[in-house]
Design a binder for this molecule. Structure first.
Ligand SMILES: [Zn+2]
Length: 208
């Protein structure tokens, strides 16, 4: 369902009035228009399901990876910056960093596509936890691999700028799928806890 920009304009105007201001004064005149345009951009992901996002960024490369040793292979993309909006307050979630890891299953996805998937699923009314499950599900569809892990950290302005006002509080969420659920060494490698060991190990095929 496409975003209804006209309805957003009307409602933003209504909010301005409800706040006791004059929507026709100079500074506010164009505001409903601007907010509608901004919402179309920052909520673009509302227009698509996870499957449609997977379809959109379905650029994979069939790899002649030596898959005999496949369970040693791991791709990790770290510190992908995203923004999102919490569905409880429509408040900005910011300073968010996403790490996505997966075990390739015969094909690999273009690395920039991983960042684009993170971006698009975060452009919805979201919960940090659901951003993780949405990314994991979309990655599973695109890569054909069950083994996906997503780590997210972020600040929520509904906590930092209002209410309890805890400025420096960061929220960490982990989404584990497939072998990541049970294989602790895979989890640790994805989190980067033993990168040093990895680097000293010729068998490592991690992409960091
Ligand atoms: Zn919130």
């Amino acid at each position: 369902m496409a975003i209804d920009a006209e309805a957003i304009k009307e409602h933003i105007k209504g909010i301005i009035v409800a706040l006791g201001d004059d929507p026709n004064r100079q500074g506010l005149k164009e505001t409903p228009d601007r907010v509608a345009k901004m919402y179309e951009e920052v909520f673009e992901g509302m227009n698509y399901t996870n499957s449609e996002i997977a379809e959109m960024f379905n650029k994979t490369f069939e790899q002649d990876l030596e898959l005999g040793e496949g369970d040693k292979d791991l791709v990790v993309v770290r510190d992908i910056d995203i923004f999102s909006y919490c569905e409880h307050h429509l408040a900005l979630m910011y300073d968010m960093k996403v790490t996505v890891a997966y075990v390739p299953n015969g094909k690999v996805i273009g690395l920039s596509k991983i960042a684009r998937i993170c971006d698009m699923v975060s452009k919805r009314l979201q919960l940090q936890e659901r951003i993780g499950t949405d990314i994991a599900q979309t990655m599973q569809i695109v890569t054909g691999s069950e083994d996906v892990a997503v780590f997210i950290e972020g600040c929520h302005s509904c906590m930092s700028a209002r209410g309890i006002r805890k400025n420096n509080t960061r929220t960490y969420t982990t989404t584990l799928r497939g072998r990541f659920k049970t294989d602790l060494s895979l989890q640790l490698r994805a989190m980067g806890s033993n990168l040093q060991i990895e680097r000293n190990n010729d068998e490592s095929t991690s992409t960091i």
